[in-house]
Design a protein around this ligand. Structure first.
Ligand SMILES: [Zn+2]
Length: 495
């Protein structure tokens, strides 16, 4: 049995460490905001994605062989048979999807996109070793607005190529993330992290709230970017500040993003501080309602699951990240059974190494079978649903995205379904969940605009972004060498 002292020390160390996962102790460097850019222009005439198997991911589980989706402007105008829609839209630009699956774009409900520049910096370490010896020093030395912009661009390259059309982010310099996201044409819910420590872009709570107010005012109503309020967690933000964050989200009618029930030590810490478990505690403050998206949710008990369902709180399930840092496995079958909206997140690439939702879909469909010893837990359709309509429900955007339905935003992806690894095809959800990967994504459309066509980027030039990633790698490596890092340095690859 651990002594109370060791529990407390470990709890505090781990919780502070988790707080710092999002770069909250790097130095400040403020830059004047640029005006919000307009999204890429949408195609002028109708666009017809036709001839493929349309998998709508709607509640009726509509699948149309030799189907088509007609896009007019930013929205889906029609979903039906290829011949029928060809007759209805004779002048449309045609995108041939024969031999392909046509799906709604994937939704990543929890990430920290600038941290892509820390991908693979150090893996397989104890959390405190990883943070204190690796992440802390490099964030202090490197995270500024420029870093955030290049990290976001790198993340957007990866997300577009792997079929993610919407992502939910919590980091700093979120205005810069919004600008880069809008420029490349992806959709996002973006929350400037609020935390009771000095942050890279704001040194005080008051400054962070003022910056968030400006961010919300600037981006509210943008066709691609939904601004949000993002108090970091129940253990890094005081009760008064959690209430202030709630009031700010309510005042502007925007989502509230928070890490919650993420670590076993968090439960111990909050019990110690407030005499309540984390979900009970924030609910008792009046923070939980249907605008809240809670990331991780690994440790709720039955009564807390009931609270989440009652309040309409969405959950971001990040199975691979939770596995990699040995944090535990969220009780997703019980959350779904209680009616909680659950989406899938990759978390940041510093801790989970990629932004590939296909890996999360596959993992989500398998890991709960292990923990419950029940092979029916989270079936193939449920896993795909969490990455599409379920994820949209979790962020309250299911009226706009998440399925291919008339009137929704035209966010869709075309996937090669002819690969040997996918044959033969008995069940589309089985193929998608267990046998399809990021490399099968060919074409990506967001808000009616083609961002990737047959594997070719339409809004981003990868070369300078990849070069800059290598440049940051060299700078970060030099910082670590100067600090006398004893961790092995990898040889140069992939340049
Ligand atoms: Zn996170």
């Amino acid at each position: 049995m651990r002594s109370p002292i060791s529990i407390t020390l470990r709890s505090v160390a781990t919780l502070v460490a988790l707080a710092i996962l999002c770069g909250c102790q790097a130095p400040a460097e403020t830059n004047a905001p640029e005006p919000a850019p307009h999204p890429p222009e949408t195609a002028s005439g109708p666009l017809l994605v036709t001839g493929g198997t349309v998998i709508a991911m709607d509640p009726e589980r509509t699948v149309i062989e030799n189907g088509a989706v007609a896009i007019v402007g930013e929205r889906i105008e029609a979903v039906g048979g290829a011949a029928e829609l060809a007759a209805r839209f004779p002048d449309a630009r045609v995108l041939d999807a024969r031999g392909r699956f046509v799906l709604p774009g994937l939704i990543n409900v929890h990430t920290h996109v600038p941290m892509t520049l820390f991908r693979g910096l150090a893996d397989d370490l104890e959390l405190m070793t990883w943070l204190e010896e690796v992440i802390f020093p490099v964030e202090a030395a490197h995270v500024d607005e420029e870093f955030v912009r290049w990290g976001t661009r790198l993340a957007c390259l990866e997300m577009i190529a792997s079929g993610t059309t919407t992502f939910v982010d919590m980091y700093y310099f979120e205005g810069a993330i919004a600008e880069e996201t809008a420029r490349c044409g992806l959709r996002a819910v973006l929350g400037e992290t609020l935390i009771d420590f000095p942050a890279p872009d704001n040194q005080t709570w008051e400054d962070a709230v003022a910056a968030t107010e400006t961010f919300l005012a600037e981006w509210k109503g943008h066709p691609l970017v939904s601004p949000a309020v993002a108090p970091h967690s129940a253990y890094t933000v005081s009760a008064d500040h959690l209430l202030a964050a709630r009031d700010l989200a309510a005042k502007h009618d925007v989502p509230l993003l928070i890490h919650l029930a993420e670590a076993e030590e968090e439960t111990e810490r909050v019990l110690e501080l407030a005499g309540k478990r984390p979900v009970e505690y924030v609910d008792g403050l009046g923070v939980l309602d249907d605008r809240v998206l809670a990331a991780h949710m690994i440790w709720p008990d039955e009564s807390e699951i009931g609270i989440l369902a009652q309040r309409g709180v969405g959950v971001a399930h990040c199975p691979q990240s939770n596995m990699k840092i040995a944090a535990g496995i969220a009780p997703v079958p019980r959350l779904l059974a209680a009616g909680v909206a659950v989406g899938l997140g990759t978390d940041g690439a510093a801790s989970n190494n990629d932004l590939d939702l296909w890996g999360e879909i596959d993992t989500a469909a398998k890991v709960h079978k292990v923990t419950t010893r029940d092979p029916t837990a989270v079936d193939a359709h449920q896993a795909m649903n969490m990455a599409t309509l379920g994820g949209a429900r979790a962020i309250d955007l299911d009226g706009e995205i998440g399925s291919l339905e008339v009137g929704k935003r035209a966010d869709l992806i075309v996937i090669d379904a002819t690969g040997a690894h996918q044959q033969p095809i008995y069940d589309v959800y089985s193929v998608l969940t267990y046998a399809t990967g990021a490399a099968d994504v060919e074409t990506v459309i967001v808000n009616g605009k083609v961002l990737l066509e047959n594997g070719e980027y339409q809004t981003l030039d990868p070369a300078p972004i990849l070069a800059k990633a290598a440049e940051y790698r060299d700078r970060i490596r030099a910082t670590r060498a100067a600090a006398g890092s004893t961790t092995a340095v990898l040889s140069s690859v992939g340049e």
